[in-house]
Each structure stands twice: as structure tokens, then as C-alpha cells.
Design a binder for this molecule. Structure first.
Ligand SMILES: Nc1ncnc2c1ncn2[C@@H]1O[C@H](COP(=O)(O)OP(=O)(O)O)[C@@H](O)[C@H]1O
Ligand SMILES: [Mg+2]
Length: 409
């Protein structure tokens, strides 16, 4: 179930309003007992819980022993340690992550310099003598609210941190599960691939063998059936090879082996490989004017495989009797190898779908073209492994150009 974190400010407001914060105690520090007594009385009349100390060291001890003290009202001038040094030591002695201490210093009437000094060492407020009970009460209440607010904020942050830690741990666990599942899937794909390959080779091989044996047989249909077996077997072999190659590439285990290759060699090989398939659809493949000596440093097998996927698609998604052009363009830093067809084309939304692994633009069961939706994503991964990328430029009803852009040199 999705959990929505509420905004921190709302939570702090609620936290304070709900009265969950323990009441902050106030410590009054002055060497003159009468003043202490008077201040304590005023504050206690307002329901504020007070403690008192008559010298700085005593005050430090009380603060460190009682974590509920959040506000200290202190005289500055006291025999022995003065109020400023006391406030400094108190602040240094508390763990700021766990506790807040709001110090209000009380200065004599000409004590502006002392007040500034007090604020500089971290005191939060100052009052001047003679103490007005209104000012005192206002300042102590404000201090109490500040302590409550900070406490609420700290508690909220702690909760937030705990939730983040929990979510991070859950995420880590999910990632581990995913990695294990992925590993099992890779292993499964590879084992299944090899297990399927072996019997299929036997079926294809023996079907060919039978066809040879039965040459001249009076029942022509036997020959045709065997043709179907061989065609289907070959298609299944191609699909298995594609799946194996796709899962190996996807697993990230494949690395490009860069070498200097002559581009015409690769394109001529592709032409040889796909000429027969194109001929069946009366499609002609033309290799655009090529600089015969143009070389590129890349992984030969990867480039050939990626281009093979593109030409296969160009043939598959073009109507009979059209032309496919394979060519190259280059500038200072990029070599572009493109395959252009005059087939059904794709809209920009179609292209987004087509680029996704295992997706076909026409994914319906009644689709016209066979395939597993692997070719294009395999070509994209292979182009990227060679340090390049793949681009599709297509217009529905007009045709498609797919380019592999590789870095020059
Ligand atoms: N040259 C092209 N012309 C039109 N559509 C194409 C072309 N190349 C790819 N596509 C679309 O992209 C989809 C994915 O291609 P691909 O991954 O090679 O899978 P498959 O060939 O198995 O369908 C295809 O099903 C098709 O819809
Ligand atoms: Mg394909």
C-alpha cells in the first residue's frame, strides 16, 4: 500500500497542538535569593514549573541532571562563574540532536554590551533589569514554544529518517530478489536455448537428409511437407539464436571487441545474407555509392548483427516490389550507416513502442508479420555497445530510415 508522508510543518503543528510534548521546566539562576524567589513565584502563578539555582556551577549540574529543563533564565553578573560562561558550558554540555536549551540572560540597565555578547555565544533572548513581569512571562512562554517546536521537529525528522531507512532496506531487499531472479532467468534462457538447439539441429539436418533421399519420389506433397519442416525449423533456429543473443547482450556480459574494419565488406556481407529473402518478395537491395576504402574502428560482429536486424525489418515491413537502400554518410566525428525502405513506416508513437524490447507496433494476434520484437532493441543495444546510437526517421505510408551512428576513429 502506498504511504504518503505528510508535510513536516503540519505534523509539527499537530504535534504541538496535541499536547504530546512534555512540559518544559524553567531554571532560574541568580545569586540574589530574593530575585529568584520573586521570579519563580511569578512563573509558577502562571502554571510554569520552575527550578532555581544560586550559582553557575549549581545551575550547570541541575541542567545536566534534568533533561526536562528547556529554558534557563539567568543573571549575568554573579560571583565566581558569570552567566555568560555558564550559558556557554551548558550549551556545550548538551547533545543538540537530542535536546534544546533556550537561554534568556538578564542584564543590568546599561548592559547592552553584555546582551550582545550573550547573543553571540548562543543565548536566545535577553531581558533588562528591573524585570517587568509581562516581559518575563512573554519571553519565557516564547522560549517554551520554541523548545516544543524544535522538539516536535526533531521527533518528526527522526520518524522520517526511520521511514527512509525502512524503505531503503525494503528497496535493497527487492533489488537483491530482482538480481537473483534475473540471474535465474539468464541461466534458464541460456540452458533452454542450448537444450532447444540440439534437437532442432537434428530435426533440420534429418529433414534435409530425407529431402535428398526422396528426390524424384512420385508423391510431390512429401517434398512440400519437408520444405515446410525445414522452413519452420530454420525460423525456430533464428528465433532461438535471437533470444540467446538478446539475453546475453541484456545481461551486460558482452563487450565490444574493437578492430579496424572496411565498411564495404560489412555491407556486402549483409547484402549476400539477405538477398534471397528480399528476392522472395521481389524487393531489391541497393548499396548506395560507397567509398571502397572507408574504414571504421568497431566490433565487426556487432555491427553486422545490428545491420542484419535492420535489413530484416526493412524487408519484412515493405511491400513487394519496393527498393531498400543501404548506405553510409560520414562527417568529422561520426560514421552513419543507414537502411532506408519504402515500407509501411511508423508514427512517432509507434517508434516509442517499437524501440521497447519484445514489443511490436502491431502486437495483435492477427498481425501480418512474424517476429518476437527483439530485433530493434538488440540493434539499439549493439549500437550502444559500440559507442554509438540508433536513430529512426519514419513516416507512415512512406517509409523508414534507421541509422546506426558510430564514433569515427
Ligand atoms: N523498417 C520498419 N518499418 C516499419 N516498422 C518497423 C520497421 N522496423 C521495425 N518496425 C516496427 O518495430 C517493431 C519491432 O521491431 P523488431 O524489434 O525488429 O521486432 P520484430 O521484427 O520481431 O517485429 C516491429 O514489429 C515493427 O512494428
Ligand atoms: Mg525485427
Amino acid at each position: 500500500m502506498e504511504q504518503v508522508l505528510e508535510s513536516p510543518t503540519n505534523n509539527i503543528k499537530e504535534f504541538v497542538a496535541s499536547g504530546l510534548v512534555s512540559n518544559t521546566k524553567v531554571l532560574i539562576v541568580d545569586d540574589e535569593p530574593d530575585i529568584v524567589e520573586e521570579v519563580v513565584e511569578q512563573l509558577e502563578d502562571e502554571g510554569i514549573e520552575c527550578l532555581s539555582a544560586h550559582n553557575a556551577q549549581n545551575a550547570i549540574d541541575i541542567v545536566s541532571a534534568d533533561p526536562e529543563i528547556g529554558v534557563v533564565v539567568t543573571d549575568i553578573r554573579m560571583p565566581g562563574m558569570d552567566g555568560l560562561e555558564m550559558a556557554r558550558q551548558m550549551k556545550a554540555g548538551i547533545d543538540n540532536k537530542e535536546r534544546d536549551l533556550f537561554v534568556i540572560v538578564v542584564t543590568g540597565h546599561a548592559g547592552m554590551k553584555e546582551a550582545v555578547e550573550a547573543l553571540q555565544i548562543g543565548a536566545e533572548d535577553f531581558l533588562t533589569k528591573p524585570l517587568s513581569s509581562d516581559h518575563l512571562l512573554h519571553s519565557v512562554r516564547r522560549a517554551g514554544e520554541m523548545v516544543h517546536l524544535r522538539q516536535g521537529e526533531r521527533n518528526f525528522n527522526k520518524r522520517l529518517e526511520a521511514e527512509v531507512d525502512l524503505k531503503t532496506a525494503e528497496l535493497k531487499q527487492a533489488m537483491q530478489k530482482l538480481n537473483t531472479a534475473n540471474h535465474i532467468k539468464d541461466q534458464f534462457m541460456s540452458t533452454m536455448g542450448h537444450e532447444l538447439r540440439t534437437p532442432l539441429n537434428a530435426i533440420n539436418g534429418f529433414a534435409g537428409f530425407l529431402q535428398d533421399k526422396l528426390k524424384g519420389h512420385h508423391d510431390k506433397s512429401i517434398y512440400e511437407y519437408l520444405d515446410h519442416i525445414i522452413d519452420s525449423g530454420n525460423r525456430l533456429s533464428d528465433t532461438i539464436e535471437n533470444i540467446l543473443e538478446f539475453s546475453e547482450t541484456l545481461s551486460g556480459e558482452r563487450k565490444a571487441r574493437m578492430d579496424e574494419i572496411i565498411l564495404t565488406d560489412v555491407l556486402n556481407n549483409i547484402f549476400g545474407q539477405y538477398a534471397a529473402m528480399a528476392k522472395e518478395k521481389n524487393i531489391s537491395i541497393r548499396i548506395d555509392d560507397l567509398d571502397q576504402s572507408q574504414t571504421i574502428i568497431t566490433d565487426h560482429a556487432m555491427l553486422a548483427r545490428a545491420l542484419g536486424c535492420l535489413v530484416d525489418n526493412a524487408i519484412k515491413f515493405s511491400p513487394d516490389g519496393t527498393e531498400i537502400i543501404i548506405g553510409t554518410k560520414s562527417n568529422d566525428d561520426t560514421v552513419v550507416i543507414f537502411v532506408t525502405d519504402h515500407g509501411c513506416g511508423m508514427s512517432s508513437d509507434d517508434i516509442v513502442i517499437a524501440k521497447k524490447p519484445l514489443m511490436q507496433v502491431d502486437g495483435s494476434l492477427t498481425r501480418k508479420s512474424e517476429g518476437s520484437g527483439i530485433g530493434l532493441s538488440l540493434a539499439i543495444m549493439l549500437a550502444e555497445l559500440q559507442g554509438g546510437n540508433l536513430e529512426i526517421d519514419s513516416t507512415p505510408g512512406v517509409g523508414t530510415t534507421v541509422s546506426i551512428n558510430l564514433p569515427q576513429g
